[in-house]
Design a protein around this ligand. Structure first.
Ligand code: ADP
Ligand code: ADP
Length: 234
């Protein structure tokens, strides 16, 4: 089943009077349950393509369909609702520094106006899922990079998304922490059935967890292939 479909989406940026085509018309289908890698050199358009998937960037042309529904024609309210089923994490974690770990995760649910009691339960549930329930009262500055990224993952998972969009999630982490984080992502995919898209410039990330990979170059997807199943996978 296709969860997300990009249909000839393109994006042009204008800076200092110059226009620049960051993403040429790209079409792509994301199937439920997969882990999709988007790989390529810096400036290839990977991050832009990822941000087109949840309309964090609005495409100049084309359509983005989430479970068959076109995000481009949705009202603000419908779009906000749809976005709740797409979590996102970033290279620099993007945590709020003056809120605790608990507060950072809760913020996702405050926006969704989840009642306080459900919120508390859900925050502790997702924190324990990423192994950080004992850090609830700490502030981001007190955590390691790997722990910060786990908080960001917990925040993204709080609203029970079907899709998790990851923008260079391991690029600020050392090799061992990267390995641990990839295991967390794989666990989320297998246990919760969350479909994952990962932008990365690290071939190793793709090799370790992806089921499909798209290679980008100068705004275009120049190659797409399926990866063999990994050992231990049923
Ligand atoms: P990648 O993630 O593959 O490194 P990006 O999608 O970040 O590539 O960027 C693709 C191109 O678009 C780059 O040349 C970048 O400089 C340009 N670009 C990205 N975001 C913006 C922006 N907000 N304004 C202007 N140019 C941008
Ligand atoms: P802030 O984001 O303002 O730093 P929190 O979001 O951590 O603060 O706290 C907001 C509310 O959640 C408070 O009522 C606080 O008592 C409660 N709270 C904070 N941590 C926990 C926790 N580990 N378990 C249950 N409730 C908590």
């Amino acid at each position: 089943m296709v969860i997300l479909s990009l249909q000839k989406v393109s994006k042009t940026y204008t800076a200092q009077g110059q226009t620049f085509q960051a993403v040429l018309p790209v079409s792509m289908e994301i199937e439920t349950g997969g882990i999709y890698g988007i790989i390529g050199t810096s400036g290839a358009g990977k991050s832009t393509l990822l941000r087109l998937m949840n309309l964090l960037e609005r495409p100049d042309s084309g359509h983005v369909l989430l479970e068959g529904r076109d995000l481009m024609t949705m009202s603000e309210r419908e779009l906000r609702e749809a976005r709740r089923s797409m979590g996102m994490i970033f290279q620099q974690f993007n945590l709020v520094h003056n809120r605790t770990v608990h507060g950072n995760v809760a913020s996702a649910l405050e926006l969704a106006r989840t009642p306080k009691r459900d919120r508390e339960r859900r925050v502790m549930e997702v924190l324990s899922f990423v192994g950080l329930e004992d850090k609830a009262k700490q502030y981001p500055a007190q955590l390691s990079g790997g722990q910060k990224q786990r908080v960001a993952i917990a925040r993204a998972l709080a609203s029970s998304p079907k899709l998790l969009l990851c923008d260079e999630p391991t690029s600020a982490l050392d090799p061992q922490t990267t390995e641990d984080l990839l295991n967390v992502l794989m666990h989320i995919n297998r246990t919760l059935g969350v479909t994952i898209v990962i932008v990365t410039h690290e071939l190793e990330v793709v090799r370790q967890i992806c089921t499909h990979v798209s290679v980008m170059e100068m705004g275009e997807v120049i190659d797409t292939f399926d990866l063999p199943k990994r050992e231990g996978e049923s």
